[in-house]
Design a protein around this ligand. Structure first.
Ligand SMILES: Cc1cc2nc3c(=O)[nH]c(=O)nc-3n(C[C@H](O)[C@H](O)[C@H](O)COP(=O)(O)OP(=O)(O)OC[C@H]3O[C@@H](n4cnc5c(N)ncnc54)[C@H](O)[C@@H]3O)c2cc1C
Length: 262
């Protein structure tokens, strides 16, 4: 089975400063890592490869520094790495990101399955996976929590829809996005890290993809614009009540009445 895993480089902290004027995250000087949700996607792919044979290809769209996460993926067991990097891809929203990744995947020949994380820890939209599938006209299922059965033609998966658990059969080629309940990602292997130290990463740019569709990439291909970005205000008022159980119960009832719950 030839499996593509989409991995994104994200800041290694949830405390990224915000440039409120430009409406962007200040990424300079902040350490980066693989989006944690993408580790579950990679682990899923590696387990399928161990069961059914084949290869695991990781793909990322980002600046040249994103090669670091591809190296990490090699040290977990990925076979091939592809980085889509070009000034023309910069400023992409989720639509342009999905389009660019879909064009990159098309350069890889026959692929059976694409796996993405459920969402990222910086953008958080969960739109990119389904977006890629739509551009490829492939079926897709989001929030997969387990793979019950897999062969070279179909996958049987469960998804947690919060009120219900659904079991679905998916005909390949297809795309799934995985939730973090699906598995426990393996750690990087030091042995693999040494072995893959000099393994090449294929870096491709706009000119290596389909020609003549410049308007679909980067900022030009992004119908959404971030108008404003700001940390949410935490407007939590606290009251401390003291006294015995009767007094505390009276306080609770008075508060519920004040808030018009009673
Ligand atoms: C106008 C605008 C400008 C922007 N400019 C920039 C910018 O200059 N730099 C920047 O970093 N972000 C920028 N962003 C944010 C960028 O659009 C999103 O980070 C990107 O589209 C992915 O969306 P997400 O993080 O919500 O991914 P989600 O949809 O939450 O991710 C789901 C899964 O898709 C896959 N995935 C997502 N993104 C990538 C990727 N790049 N490579 C490989 N796999 C991926 C991963 O498997 C991930 O788990 C901009 C957004 C807007 C709206």
């Amino acid at each position: 089975m030839r499996i593509v895993v989409c991995i994104k480089q994200v800041p290694d902290t949830t405390e990224v400063a915000i440039d409120t004027e430009k409406g962007i995250l200040k990424r300079e000087g902040v350490d980066s890592r693989i989006n944690p949700y993408d580790l579950y996607a990679l682990e899923t792919a590696l387990r399928l490869k161990e069961e059914l044979g084949g290869e695991v290809i990781v793909i990322s769209m980002g600046p040249p520094q994103a090669q670091a996460i591809i190296k990490e993926a090699y040290a977990m067991g990925a076979d091939i790495g592809l980085l889509l990097s070009d000034r023309k891809f910069a400023g992409a929203d989720t639509l342009a990101t999905a389009y660019t990744l879909a064009q990159g995947i098309k350069t890889l020949g026959k692929i059976d399955l694409i796996i993405t994380g459920m969402q990222t820890t910086d953008g958080d939209t969960a739109q990119v996976g389904p977006g890629i599938a739509e551009y490829l006209h492939w079926p897709h299922i989001s929030y997969v929590t387990s793979i019950i059965k897999a062969d070279l033609k179909t996958l049987t998966v469960t998804t947690d829809m919060s009120d219900t658990i659904e079991t679905q059969i998916l005909k390949l080629p297809a795309l799934i996005t995985v939730a973090k309940d699906i598995n426990q990602p393996r750690l990087l292997s030091y042995k693999l890290k040494l072995k893959t130290e000099n393994r090449a990463i294929n870096i491709i740019g706009y000119n290596d993809l389909t020609k003549g569709e410049e308007e679909f990439f980067g900022l030009d291909g992004s119908p959404t614009q971030v108008e404003r970005i700001f940390p949410p205000q935490h407007d939590i008022k606290r009251e401390i009540w003291q006294g015995n159980a009767v007094k505390l119960a009276q306080c609770t009832i008075a508060k519920l009445k004040e808030l018009r719950y009673l």
